[in-house]
Design a protein around this ligand. Structure first.
Ligand SMILES: N[C@@H](CCC(=O)N[C@@H](CS)C(=O)NCC(=O)O)C(=O)O
Length: 226
């Protein structure tokens, strides 16, 4: 008998939230298994058997094990999506969505992690201006994608929007989006926030991370001053 797909995750992680958003978009219930990275849950022998790269999210859909949020979102949309718009089957359109997913993977999310991980894990007591400016430079790519359409790949919401917004909504807590410079991007973030499943599956987790990093900055500063 097939059971609900299991998701190893933490709500504060942007890639994990991209999967939560996609599952909600296709109306799929997941068996959620919270992970504590600080405690090393991702480094146990059992977890390493699932994902030797020791990253979350990891999806286990009745024995089909997938790591990397972008691949998981593609899989969920293909297998459970009620229509083809979320991850188009037509080749050229699909490549466009994939290009935006790679943009998140190679540009957006890495710049988020360079801002927050040194604070969370290595006692860093500030997010330097160069990291903030570098993050903001990546906003320009999204602004240009949105030049003629409400979503990153045209008229329809796709998994590219869901993956990118998980990173951007986190990034903007530390690297503000200048609405004059990036009006389309600002409007897109607001549009995404109106999705009925957005708050629970993305914003709540982004807020938890934002609060945690801000508290960590204070804690790390105090530790340095001692
Ligand atoms: N490209 C991966 C990145 C996943 C990732 O780096 N996740 C972080 C949490 S936000 C993680 O698992 N870090 C633990 C580690 O790298 O060991 C994805 O999209 O799934």
């Amino acid at each position: 008998m097939s059971t609900k797909p299991v998701l190893y995750y933490t709500p504060r992680s942007p890639p994990c939230r991209a999967v939560l958003l996609t599952a909600a978009a296709v109306g799929l219930e997941l068996d959620l298994r919270p992970m504590n990275l600080k405690a090393g849950d991702h480094l146990t022998p059992e977890f390493l058997k699932l994902n030797p790269q020791h990253t979350i999210p990891v999806l286990d859909d009745n024995g089909i094990v997938i790591s990397d949020s972008h691949v998981i979102c593609s899989y969920l949309a293909d297998k459970y999506g009620p229509n083809e718009t979320l991850y188009p089957k037509e080749k050229v359109k699909r490549m466009e969505v994939d290009a935006r997913l790679y943009f998140d993977c190679g540009h957006l999310f890495p710049r988020v992690r360079f801002m927050v991980e040194p604070v969370i894990y290595f006692g860093c007591d500030n997010i330097s201006e160069d990291k903030i400016v570098y993050m903001q430079k990546a906003y320009d790519g999204l602004e240009k994608c949105l030049a003629n359409s409400p979503y990153l790949c045209g008229e329809h919401l796709t998994i590219a929007d869901l993956c990118c917004v998980a990173s951007v909504s986190t990034a903007m807590i530390f690297a503000a989006i200048d609405a004059e410079k990036f009006p389309k991007l600002s409007a897109w973030v607001e549009r995404m926030a109106t999705l009925p499943y957005y708050q629970k599956n993305n914003q709540d987790g982004a807020d938890i991370l934002g609060k945690f990093v801000k508290e960590k900055l204070i804690e790390n500063k105090a530790a340095k001053a001692e």
